[in-house]
Design a binder for this molecule. Structure first.
Ligand SMILES: [Zn+2]
Length: 489
């Protein structure tokens, strides 16, 4: 009798191991990602016209159907790409906010994966059980300007009921005509979100939106929670601790909440920040891996055993990150010394055409910032904040930059250089020093929220660090991740 039980146990274990090996394609997806990455989309500021050759390419493949399902206000086509013949319908839409492109890129990586000859067995499983529909870049007019809202100036995600925008009408029409079983609502969030009470950025945040004020958990919403638990476990492998969970207060105007209400298990995915990943390409990869794995688990229907309680255990989203956090700096005001922490964010300013950007940084907060975190941090104990000076020699032309030893100048306390002829087209200073025009006066500014973070950190009257436009430079080594300083004409 005992022997039989033991044998049964062993065979169950073997079955279980085989099952989990078969069902976990995630490591393979992660390893082989580069073969499917759509290399033509490698920066965040992607435009509608860059997607068109890709749609033509996939449209020529018999496995896919590409159908125009609507138009933006400016007449840009909204296309639905479908694949598979299963009875479970999965709908994924991205970039209803024009400046949130990470998942659009991941969708085209997923399309490349589905179009390839690899992973035959897994793909058969997926395409027999599911019909998958992609609606990438729902707000192409916003993408053109790298802005959140559409051309009507409306947040599409508050237009799910009033349906004034053609983009909103299209999403509603597509959802209703498919009556999709699962919906993936794909966004980007601020890089300043962190997993609550940790210094870990919320690289990915999730929400199974509520469909009523009571926040009831129906079977459909429960399934969305189960898929989120499944995806969270994947992200934890590659970005440990870097997942947040959004507040599930009901928003009656939002698409996620309404699509959940209309009967589609809806999963909101927000791509946030990741250290040293300005163009969010690592986050894009995590989107690809986790969304494809989720699609596979939906196809195999093996998410059903996941406990909903695990969903509540994902840490909540918080917004407590700075790009740079300086702690315990000494600051002298009216002859008195004070200890200050300083929180700095490097804000992006788009160049004309919205294809590229430069940085204009701000002090976001100062004081006791012990409940905050930084992507980059400096303990400035024993260091005193000192305003920089204007270099006494005036340069005639920008070419004369080459003759300057900027590290030496910073060490001597200079953070501004005056130039007579600043070319009109020049937007940013390539030097770790602000460029100022002939009549520009550098004011003796008190350190305060809202100003450009530019100062020196001195020890015994000698600058040890410079902060220029929010970029920290170690003056002993010259090291720092400097991008640009400002021009004040
Ligand atoms: Zn969004």
């Amino acid at each position: 009798m005992k022997m039989k039980v033991l044998l049964l146990l062993i065979s169950l274990m073997a079955l279980n191991m085989g099952f989990s090996q078969n069902s976990d394609i995630t490591p393979n997806l992660y390893e082989t990602y580069e073969s499917y990455k759509e290399s033509s989309l490698n920066k965040r500021r992607i435009k509608h016209n860059e997607l068109q050759p890709l749609l033509i390419k996939h449209g020529a493949n018999n496995a896919f159907t590409v159908k125009k399902v609507g138009e933006s206000i400016e007449g840009r086509a909204l296309n639905l790409i479908s694949i598979g013949s299963g009875k479970t319908h999965v709908l994924l839409w991205s970039q209803m906010h024009g400046n949130e492109p990470t998942a659009t890129q991941a969708i085209f990586d997923i399309l490349n994966f589905l179009a390839s000859d690899d992973f035959q067995e897994e793909k058969k499983e997926i395409l027999v059980n599911l019909t998958i529909h992609f609606l990438p870049m729902l707000n192409p007019d916003g993408a053109e300007r790298f802005q959140r809202r559409n051309l009507l100036g409306v947040d599409i995600n508050r237009d799910a009921v009033r349906l004034q925008s053609p983009e909103s009408k299209t999403l509603k029409y597509v959802r209703d005509s498919l009556n999709a079983d699962f919906g993936f609502n794909l966004h980007d969030q601020s890089t300043y979100y962190n997993a609550e009470r940790t210094d870990k950025p919320a690289t990915i945040s999730y929400l199974a939106p509520a469909f009523n004020y009571e926040k009831d958990i129906s079977e459909k919403r429960g399934n969305a929670m189960r898929i989120i638990v499944f995806m969270n476990n994947i992200i934890q492998k590659y970005a440990p601790g870097q997942v947040g969970r959004y507040n599930d207060d009901f928003e009656p105007r939002a698409f996620g909440d309404n699509i959940q209400k209309w009967g589609t298990s809806t999963i909101l995915i927000e791509s946030g920040g990741y250290t040293n990943d300005v163009e969010k390409q690592e986050i894009r990869k995590l989107n690809y891996v986790s969304i494809l794995s989720a699609i596979y688990t939906i196809a195999k229907a093996n998410y059903k055993n996941i406990a909903i309680e695990e969903y509540e255990k994902i840490p909540e989203n918080d917004r407590k990150l700075f790009d740079l956090k300086i702690v315990n700096a000494t600051y002298r005001l009216m002859g008195q010394d004070y200890v200050l922490d300083v929180g700095v964010n490097r804000l992006e300013v788009d160049k004309e055409g919205n294809n590229d950007f430069w940085y204009s940084s701000r002090i976001i907060d100062q004081g006791d910032l012990s409940t905050y975190y930084g992507y980059e941090s400096l303990d400035a104990s024993g260091l005193t904040i000192k305003q920089g000076k204007v270099y006494p020699q005036v340069l005639k032309k920008i070419d004369e930059f080459n003759t300057l030893n900027t590290l030496e100048m910073l060490k001597q306390g200079y953070t501004y250089v005056r130039v007579i002829n600043i070319p009109r087209e020049m937007l940013e200073s390539p030097l770790p020093m602000h460029i100022i025009g002939t009549s520009y006066k550098v004011k003796d500014t008190r350190l305060k929220v809202g100003i450009n973070p530019t100062f020196l950190l001195e020890k015994d009257g000698k600058p040890q660090y410079a902060v220029i436009n929010g970029f920290l430079i170690d003056l002993t080594t010259g090291k720092g991740d400097f991008k640009n300083a400002m021009i004040y004409r």
